[in-house]
Design a protein around this ligand. Structure first.
Ligand code: SF4
Length: 490
């Protein structure tokens, strides 16, 4: 039996019908359809054998690999089956991304719909399970890690009330072993452990995953060199994996029989192997040729910048040609953030680099146009309510969204959340919304309604369950559209 159990709540232990875009649905609060139907549509349970998850979030798999490598007895378990294993366990590690719904997407939804998002509800309910409470009383140590741990600083009472013993903030490979060892030895744990820059793992210290990751996600690198002020990723050093490391992790996913697909993860896939903001043609082509050759189920990108696509259109088309040999389209997340060159200069001076921040709107138009022409479908974010935002900035963003209406994409406006270098600034609240903020929200909603049918078609094309699933999602979208129309939004 395992001393250490790893898990995450239901909204994270799902593969969203093998479609990462649908994962965004976990950010919404309960809405027009019953909760059971909503959870089935957006975050159905992951397959599990005896309660052991077939796939788990990538970050959790890295921690699992690190602990197994250090000789601990570890098991990654589905949250609904945790009770079976808790009697023997001494440490419970929980992976979090947005535990209280304070992240930009969920806090925006919650502010508008005035309800607690699903992902916050499910995290709380997991810790309220009688079997978790019972194990806690017996002395179970609860350790939390993942990209959402910053939110615990805003919920100190919750940490006490729910008996969370240790929160690890940062890349955990070099510290998780000593914390788990201390927990097993009954030693006092640090309540909030911030991983220092010196403790950030070097490439050779990052283990390969040993078991499948949700939707075949595999890292190709960590860190980002652009330094946007509102982002916490920017504080980490840039490291790129050798191709063999990525291929070895893809093999782990394939051998398990879970997937034949790989989602390449980096803050900007187009910068793979580069030390600055100019893509490295040779390394990118080599990576994609090797990955596409292996992946008969296709590939996706986690994130990609518009500046790199606009800078190297020929390289981008070459990569598209390689990827599209085996699939009709692929998806990625893209940060547009603003249509204002002035605001871009203040908040994200290197986002357009090597272009000038003044050229940002043109970079966005060019990059998005190239994505459309090459069948890359971006899910784009805008940040509203950043400090120093002016009416003029908002007008320029509205104009940019209008210019993008013919580009197949989703555009999601998110309220500013104080992170990164701006962590001491004020949150943006819905009560601060002006007429222009509303106009921008409406413009984005109209854009998304224009494209959503097309995206649903693309997402389910070729799948045996395409017809019923398509009908269900279309029904859901129509309900939301009707509600929006009634509220005078569209
Ligand atoms: S927002 Fe994106 S581009 Fe900017 S620093 Fe963060 S990861 Fe890098």
């Amino acid at each position: 039996m395992a001393d250490v159990l790893l898990t995450a709540d239901r909204t994270l232990m799902s593969d969203y019908h093998q479609n990462e875009f649908l994962g965004f649905g976990t950010c919404a609060p309960p809405n027009v359809i019953p909760d059971w139907l909503y959870s089935f549509l957006f975050f159905p349970p992951m397959k599990a054998v005896n309660g052991v998850s077939l796939a788990a979030p990538y970050g959790l798999r890295k921690v699992e690999a690190q602990l197994l490598g250090e000789g601990f007895k570890v098991l990654t378990v589905d949250p609904d089956h945790i009770g079976k294993y808790l009697d023997e366990a001494k440490v419970l590690g929980i992976h979090v991304m947005d535990p209280f719904g304070l992240g930009p997407a969920s806090s925006t939804f919650a502010a508008i719909l005035k309800k607690e998002p699903f992902l916050a509800q499910y995290f709380r309910r997991f810790l309220e399970k009688p079997e978790v409470r019972k194990a806690k009383k017996r002395g179970l140590k609860i350790v939390v890690g993942g990209s959402g741990v910053w939110q615990f600083k805003y919920r100190e009472n919750f940490v006490e009330e729910y008996g969370i013993d240790c929160i690890i903030d940062g890349e955990a490979e070099r510290v998780i072993g000593k914390i788990v060892r201390a927990a097993l030895n009954g030693e006092e744990l640090p309540k909030y452990y911030e991983v220092s820059v010196e403790e950030t793992p070097k490439l050779e210290e990052i283990p390969n995953i040993l078991n499948p990751s949700v939707n075949g996600l595999v890292e190709i690198g960590r860190g980002c060199c652009r330094g946007c002020k509102f982002c916490s990723v920017t504080l980490r050093p840039l490291r790129w994996y050798p191709i063999e490391k990525t291929l070895a992790e893809i093999d782990v996913n394939f051998k398990s029989g879970y997937t034949r697909y790989a989602c390449l993860h980096a803050e900007d896939v187009m910068l793979y192997g580069s030390r600055n903001t100019t893509p490295n043609d040779k390394k990118l082509v080599m990576l994609h040729e090797a990955v596409v050759k292996k992946c008969d189920g296709g590939i996706g990108w986690s994130h990609c910048s518009l500046a790199t696509v606009a800078l190297k259109p020929k390289l981008f088309s070459k990569l598209a040609e390689i990827i599209l040999q085996k699939q009709p389209w692929w998806g990625t997340e893209v940060g547009i953030e603003t249509g204002s060159p002035e605001l871009a200069k203040k908040m994200m001076p290197a986002k357009a680099h090597p272009f000038k921040p003044e050229e940002w709107p043109e970079v966005v138009r060019t990059g998005m146009g190239l994505m459309h022409d090459n069948n890359l479908v971006p899910a784009c974010t805008l940040i509203v309510g950043v400090p120093e935002e002016t009416e003029n900035d908002l007008i320029k963003t509205i104009e940019l969204v209008e210019d993008l209406k013919h580009i197949r994409s989703l555009i999601v406006p998110l309220f500013f959340v104080p992170l990164g270098k701006l962590k001491n600034q004020q949150w943006f609240k819905e009560t601060q919304m002006t007429r222009l903020h509303r106009e921008l929200l409406i413009k984005c909603l109209r854009h998304d309604f224009r494209w959503i049918d097309n995206l649903i078609d693309l997402s389910f094309a070729g799948k045996w369950y395409a017809k019923p699933m398509r009908s269900l999602y279309t029904f859901f979208v129509k309900l939301i559209e009707r509600k929006a129309r009634k509220a005078g939004i569209t």
